[in-house]
Design a protein around this ligand. Structure first.
Ligand SMILES: *Cc1c(COP(=O)(O)O)cnc(C)c1O
Length: 249
């Protein structure tokens, strides 16, 4: 049975509360402040009508994996003050759309994309907060730089002055083995700490975007400053994960 609007509002509110609660618990486990973690609701496949309800429930940031879907929704919802975050791989020919509609880009994974995006941002006369995506699991299905390539990559980023580098983003290995998941997050924290020391002076590496519905508590325990949570807020997605990450079951 379809829920009416009020029921949907209450459901989303209650899911948000549950996730916030678990973030707080995970913070408490390791002596962190709960407000040091930003919850980014991931809204891919969720309809624009439902996002209107989510906005009323308190979601004012929305993470979308695909630029085309984000474009459509940002148009329909342009009367709302939503911060749009693109969290999926970008093809360079879509950089102009990203530069127009997004407030943040969490999936920078090549110099080609950095160059295309910087050029488009210059045209728009603006800058954008950007995270460098790292493939922390080594899985071929995942986008992102190999951890050992990140330092050399980052050294080139000052050339692209409209990219406001904020930190790193990753997807951990999809595995029921919590230890293997945790290892991915630890690797990222260590990489971030190294970059804080050694990265070019005008780049900042304070942010660590990691953790999804299945593993955000582990990510928080290991230092995530942003968690990207979709299904735990909006319910199970109709499309399998293999639609987003080819090769994943
Ligand atoms: C879909 C997605 C998420 C959220 O996944 P859930 O399982 O819905 O929490 C996080 N990060 C990225 C890059 C995604 O595409």
């Amino acid at each position: 049975m379809e829920l009416n609007e009020e029921q949907q509002l209450n459901e989303i509110k209650s899911n948000l509360e549950t996730v916030q609660c678990r973030i707080s618990e995970a913070c408490k486990n390791v002596g962190r402040e709960p407000n040091s973690v930003r919850l980014l609701p991931v809204t891919k496949t969720v309809s624009a009508e439902r996002l209107r309800i989510a906005y009323a429930a308190g979601c004012h940031e929305m993470g979308e994996n695909k630029i085309q879907e984000a474009r459509e929704k940002s148009e329909v919802l342009s009367d709302l003050d939503i911060k749009w975050c693109i969290i999926g791989h970008l093809q360079t020919n879509k950089a102009k759309y990203l530069a127009r509609i997004a407030d943040e880009f969490q999936a920078l994974d090549s110099i080609k994309v950095a160059e295309a995006l910087d050029k488009r941002l210059q045209i728009e006369g603006r800058s954008m907060d950007v995270f460098v995506q790292v493939n922390s699991s080594g899985e071929a299905s995942k986008f992102g730089l190999a951890p050992e390539d990140v330092r050399a990559f980052v050294a080139q980023l000052p050339n692209y002055s409209s990219l406001n580098i904020k930190g790193l983003m990753t997807l951990a290995i999809f595995s029921p083995d919590h230890d293997r998941v945790r290892q991915c997050f630890i690797k990222m924290r260590e990489l971030r700490d190294m970059l804080r020391q050694e990265a070019p002076a005008n780049l900042s590496f304070d942010e660590l975007s990691m953790g999804m519905s299945g593993d955000y508590e582990i990510a928080v325990e290991e230092g995530a400053t942003v968690v990207r949570v979709g299904q735990a807020i909006f319910g199970k997605r109709p499309l399998p994960d293999s639609h987003y990450w080819p090769g994943v079951a």
